[in-house]
Design a protein around this ligand. Structure first.
Ligand code: ZN
Length: 443
């Protein structure tokens, strides 16, 4: 009987009632959970106990949510240094799932879940899908990678709990993805935005227009992407493209999600507390100010994580959302403090380049940024694929395109860069997160 709730398309589902709790009631839940998790972390995890002792902070000092600033930060390196199980607060006999991420350097990080953690994960992913107006009857193609990566299985269990039909295509095998998309009546797809764009291009080549299919919703995450990219995807395919947010260290996907307003991501605050801090000093910043997102888990049993530095740059949106959810929102993340690179003393984010390129007519968002150093001076080259139609065009038109791109980028970052137009499909496609920046300056 309960499942009937999931059949209704509309703005409010009883299943997502926690999203609409009066703030006072949520605060009671948060405070109770915070007390319990700080105690658990202190009692059971050596690293948290040592850090808190060093700061002279005891679990009893954390009386309400505001006191969270007293707690020490945690970092990705803490997970690496305690590899594999050093941050676990549950015995292995209670761990029912492990995931791991390889990261870019060195040892992977390992995360564990108890049965109760899996229940929480299912719940927040279910609420994620409900936020995007998906319900029972939807057919969801899940092209997030299945395996050690949390994306695939996280979305899978949430979609199943929703009562939707899940097709576990995982990432890759593009031809088969398109066959499934075309033949299986798929109404929603989960993927990284860059891989979805790749799918759209390959489908186009086979003469398939996504507008002719029942597909109406895209759930995109696992890499930062911009509003310009959203407009591009929605314009080309006729779907609504939703952003979701999560990270393995906290739970996987399911930390936050966009609602139908598509104006920031609601954080599931009954399970995760967001803070914004100055990325350099670590000082807390007020709502509305941009800084680094710091997250604390409130209900994770296997691996409580307190004040985790995400390196994602965003702000908490102070105004309430038109959808009626009382969960606070973060502005969508289009950059990470560690994505930033410095060219001739100027801080540049790949998302700035992407937004500039998308403003220039005809330029597809397949690009790569190559950094080199010549005679001690940084050189930045952007390789940009042109559309197949344009290759037949006159050289002068390609030159004009090049100039428009150079100008658009200069307007944003204040530097003139080199644009190399390259033939279609010459920039490697990723089946997961796109690699946008190749830094050859240290070679
Ligand atoms: Zn909303």
């Amino acid at each position: 009987m309960n499942e009937l709730w999931n059949d209704l398309a509309g703005t409010f589902h009883p299943e997502s009632s926690l999203d609409y709790l009066p703030e006072k009631q949520r605060l009671v839940i948060q405070t109770q959970r915070l007390h319990a998790i700080v105690l658990r972390a202190y009692d059971r995890v050596e690293l948290f106990r040592r850090r808190m002792d060093e700061r002279g902070v005891k679990p009893a000092d954390i009386k309400d949510i505001k006191d969270i600033h007293l707690l020490p930060f945690s970092e990705k390196s803490d997970l690496r240094d305690t590899y594999p199980y050093g941050l676990f607060a549950s015995p292995m006999s209670e761990i029912v799932r492990l995931h791991a991420s390889s990261g870019t350097t060195g040892k992977p990080i390992v995360v564990g879940y108890t049965k109760q953690d899996m229940e929480v994960w299912r719940n927040v992913m279910k609420r994620t899908f409900l936020s995007a107006n998906l319900h029972r009857g939807d057919i969801i193609q899940n092209a997030f990678g299945y395996g050690l990566f949390t994306g695939g299985l996280g979305a899978h269990y949430g979609a199943e709990a929703l009562g939707a039909t899940v097709i576990p295509t995982s990432g890759g095998n593009t031809e088969r993805q398109i066959m499934v998309l075309r033949d299986f009546g798929v109404t929603a797809i989960c993927a990284t935005p860059s891989y979805f764009i790749h799918l759209v291009e390959v489908a186009e080549k086979s003469g398939i227009d996504l507008r002719d299919l029942p597909l109406r919703t895209g759930i995109f995450g696992a890499e930062p992407w911009t509003n310009e990219m959203r407009r591009y995807i929605e314009g080309k395919t006729g779907i609504r493209a939703y952003d979701i947010y999560g990270l393995s260290e906290i739970i996987g996907p399911g930390v936050g999600a966009e609602c139908s307003c598509q104006d920031g991501l609601h954080i599931f605050e009954d399970h995760f507390i967001p803070e914004i801090v100055d990325p350099v000093t670590g000082e807390p910043l007020p709502d509305g100010e941009e800084g680094e997102l710091v997250l604390s888990t409130l209900s994770k049993e296997a691996m409580p994580i307190l004040r985790y530095r995400t390196h994602d740059i965003t702000c908490i949106i102070p105004e309430p959302c038109a959808c009626g959810r009382t969960l606070r929102r973060i502005r969508r993340i289009s950059r990470r403090s560690d994505d930033m690179f410095i060219v001739r003393g100027v801080n540049v984010y790949p998302s700035q380049i992407e937004a500039a390129l998308l403003q220039v007519e005809h330029s597809l968002p397949h690009y790569q940024i190559i950094l080199t150093r010549r005679s001690g001076l940084d050189q930045m080259e952007i390789r940009l694929e042109v559309t197949p139609q344009m290759l037949g065009d006159r050289i002068s038109e390609l030159e004009q395109l090049q100039q428009r791109c150079i100008k658009a980028i200069e307007d944003v970052i204040g530097l003139r860069v080199k644009i190399s137009l390259v033939e279609p499909q010459t920039i490697p496609r990723s089946e997961g997160k796109a690699k946008r920046v190749i830094d050859n300056r240290n070679i």
